[in-house]
Design a protein around this ligand. Structure first.
Ligand code: ATP
Ligand code: MG
Length: 331
């Protein structure tokens, strides 16, 4: 990798990968400074998993280069594998082994001695709230438990770089929060993380930098705040009891909003984009209250991936047009 190897944990240049007529990656560049989290945000079929597979040496790009922890993924795949932990989109656990045995085995495969492998497995079982299920075969686990076990497996060898492909898809809210916490701890311990997600909120929570990808290309990058600013902040929505009060609501929203309010008479609802989030919400309620308006409902909507897409590409998130639905294993 270029001279700044220790500052940059992952770098990819102009990665291209095609499957038949599908350009899964169409020239992706990325760089992850050591100790930071990059969120790769994109809808189904954007190319997230393809990028992860190339960076983890599971797939060869048609062209382009990549380095992980200072090692060229094509020239030094073994060194790359030693430096990384991967949690794939579909949990890879041995169904017949217990949760504890799965983690113990990974530790042994990575060359830990028996006591160390045991200790590490126990530590991770606790951290991922699998204590009660530790001694049951993984085939009895729920989807969320399996997902957590798989994530734990990626951390057994204390990797420098952790790649997580949609780590919270399929988890319930509690599982999602727990996973966010674990990822936060990883980073606090100095790991570099690449995570893919379809949720802007998740990238917002975890990532220092976000790359938005669509059809194999990077269409935007920046911090969550930069992306939100680019698409116009949050949306404040007010529902009132009386249609006759919409005039007042519209005036107040014009005063505090970042644009023209949109008023829906029949729903007794009005909305406007705001710059200051909760502050704007409180200010709107204060003014409406002072004017004697009865507010039935109020909500603040964060921009979603759909909003980002609509704003950046002019088209909504859509299913990619793909010939054939089966993803045969690529060499
Ligand atoms: N092994 C394969 N054979 C054929 N086509 C593939 C293969 N892997 C990926 N593709 C295609 O490449 C494109 C990108 O797929 P990829 O799995 O990288 O997307 P993704 O962003 O991970 O999507 P998802 O959010 O659904 O996981 C898609 O059109 C997909 O159908
Ligand atoms: Mg994927």
């Amino acid at each position: 990798m270029p001279s700044t190897a220790s500052d940059v944990a992952v770098r990819a240049e102009a990665l291209v990968k095609t499957f038949g007529s599908t350009r899964a990656l169409d020239g992706i560049d990325l760089e992850i400074p050591t100790g930071t989290v990059l969120g790769l945000l994109g809808p189904n079929g954007a190319g997230k998993t393809t990028a992860v597979r190339i960076l983890t040496t599971l797939l060869r790009p048609d062209s382009g280069r990549a380095w992980v922890a200072g090692h060229d993924v094509l020239a030094e795949p073994d060194a790359v594998r030693r430096a990384i932990g991967l949690s794939g989109q579909y949990a890879a656990v041995d169904e017949n082994l217990t949760g504890f045995e799965n983690l113990y085995l990974v530790g042994r495969l990575y060359g830990k001695n028996k006591p160390d492998a045991r200790a590490r497995a126990r530590e991770l079982i606790g951290r991922f709230r699998l204590d009660d299920a530790a001694d049951r075969p993984a085939k009895t686990y729920s989807g969320g438990m399996r997902r957590r076990l798989d994530l734990a497996g990626a951390l057994v060898a204390e990797p420098l770089v952790v790649l997580l492909d949609e780590p919270t898809t399929g988890l319930d809210p509690r599982g999602r929060l727990d996973t966010w916490e674990v990822i936060g701890e990883l980073v606090a311990e100095g790991a570099t993380v690449l995570l893919t997600t379809q949720y802007l909120e998740e990238a917002d929570q975890l990532a220092d930098t976000i790359l938005v990808i669509d059809r194999g290309r990077v269409i935007a990058s920046g911090t969550a705040d930069q992306l939100k600013a680019e698409i116009g902040g949050e949306r404040l929505e007010i529902v009132v009891a009386e249609e006759s009060e919409l005039g007042t609501v519209s005036r107040v929203l014009t005063e505090i909003g970042a644009g023209e309010p949109l008023v829906e008479q029949h729903n007794r609802r009005a909305q406007v984009l705001v710059d200051a989030g909760t502050k704007s919400l409180i200010e709107a309620l204060r003014r409406l209250d002072a004017d004697g308006v009865v507010v039935l409902d109020v909500s603040l909507h964060r921009p979603t991936l759909d909003d980002v897409f609509l704003s950046l590409t002019g088209h909504a998130v859509e299913e990619p047009a793909v010939a054939g639905s089966s993803k045969e294993e690529a060499k």
